[in-house]
Write a protein that binds this ligand. Structure first.
Ligand code: V47
Length: 391
């Protein structure tokens, strides 16, 4: 029998009939999602999201072995939240553009580490030719055919379509032929025009972001979706953002994962006005997303954006994926992130196991490569130091 005290707690937690809907497998409305964002009891919200998470994925927590490549930070867009972009290649301003040889070597040199995916994001460079991008993917693909290439945001695809006079289909098909596997979720920010006008008014619109992903899905290229939260957006605008993603997913089923990204305030134009979102906000955003986005299979806590410790806790708030080893993150570190720039596979396992979950290595397409029921064997001890013995 449920006690009177427990009953009162259930009444106070603000979930009300939404809990019944979730347990019955019914779809939540936008009003439900807004109510969840405002529900006072974070633990109850988390438990409900955890119920959905465990129904889909049991006790598994996914990760991959990946490496990041940002071949240039030169960008003509002026996103107010961005700390990474530079106007030109001048070293004095920290601008850089890698040669193709340099970029390819940076990736291929990671081969001994057992990496399965490279995540590539660049800026909107004003003068690089189209064959820089096709050449980058095809050279990586030729050198390392088993490596999945998750590359370029919808913002870049839109920019190149305009600059090189190509359709979205042409841009995506040519890069797919060069070796593209999947598309990362960046550049979505918040779809609401009020927000985009204020924080990123000179890049692809929400409709264009959606259309790029729709085109990719039609071509059989799966993609991810993000939401940048914790700046000027209102809660109803977060819900609106997720509704547009849910609608497209109903149409195409091409999204693999949803990734809420916590705004990092350092070294950008709006940082002073908005501190980093709280841990409470990060957890409730993950939980609401899990409950509302009922047609998304996976929810990611990108540990670089959330911090490793909170991402670990998020594994009990609806999240089933932590991203991966990352190796050399730049975008968040230029915006003040103090987490490491990479995590070893062992550290990912430790985080996952300490949260009571079982690590499952996945590939870029979310096929499970290995479920690690048992802990990894201890690392080999370092080679003994040579001691000089005098005769
Ligand atoms: O598009 C930029 C965001 C995104 C800041 O698809 C910022 O698996 C917070 O999309 N504070 C790029 N966020 C990263 C991204 C991503 C990361 C990990 C995995 C995947 C995936 C995608 O980062 C940008 C923008 O939304 N961003 N600056 C900042 N100051």
């Amino acid at each position: 029998m449920i006690s009177t005290l427990a009953h009162r707690a259930l009444e106070r937690d603000g979930l009300g009939p939404i809990r019944d809907k979730v347990l019955a497998g019914d779809r939540l409305t936008d009003a439900d999602a807004l109510q969840l964002f405002e529900a006072p009891d974070l633990a109850a919200l988390g438990a409900l999201a955890n119920h959905v998470r465990e129904a889909r994925h049991g006790n598994l927590a996914f990760y991959n072995r990946n490496v990041h490549l940002n071949p240039t930070n030169v960008c003509v867009a002026t996103c107010k939240f961005c700390s990474f972009a530079r106007k030109d290649d001048q070293q004095a301003s920290d601008g850089y553009t890698m040669s193709l040889d340099e970029a390819v070597e940076k990736v291929v040199s990671k081969r001994p580490l057992g990496i399965t995916e490279v995540h590539i994001v660049a800026g909107l460079h004003p003068t690089l030719p189209w064959d820089y991008y096709t050449g980058l993917l095809s050279r990586i693909h030729q050198a390392w055919p088993e490596l999945a290439i998750k590359a370029f945001t919808a913002i870049e695809y839109h920019y190149w379509a305009g600059k090189f006079g190509m359709t979205y289909t042409e841009v995506l098909s040519e890069l797919r032929d060069a070796g593209l596997t999947t598309i990362p979720g960046g550049g979505a920010e918040i779809f609401a025009p009020r927000v985009r006008r204020k924080i990123c008014d000179d890049k692809a619109t929400a409709d264009q972001w959606i259309e790029i992903h729709r085109t990719a899905h039609r071509l059989g290229i799966r993609s991810n979706a993000t939401m940048l939260y914790g700046h000027i957006e209102r809660l109803d605008e977060r819900v609106d953002h997720m509704r547009r993603l849910r609608d497209l997913q109903d149409e195409t089923h091409g999204f693999q994962v949803f990734i809420p990204l916590a705004f990092h305030p350092e070294h950008n134009m709006i940082g002073k006005a908005f501190p980093k979102p709280t841990g409470h906000d990060a957890l409730r955003t993950a939980a609401v997303a899990r409950l509302y986005l009922d047609n998304f299979d996976h929810m990611k806590a990108y540990w670089v954006s959330m911090g490793e410790r909170l991402a670990q806790v998020a594994l009990a708030f609806g999240v089933d994926d932590l991203d991966g080893t990352v190796l050399e993150e730049r975008i968040y570190h230029m915006a003040g992130s103090t987490v490491p720039q990479a995590l070893s596979e062992r550290s990912l396992h430790d985080l996952i196991r300490a949260a009571g979950r079982v690590p499952a290595e996945r590939n870029s397409l979310y096929d499970v490569l290995q479920v690690h029921e048992q802990p990894l064997p201890p690392a080999a001890p370092p080679p003994p130091r040579l001691t000089v013995v005098s005769a």
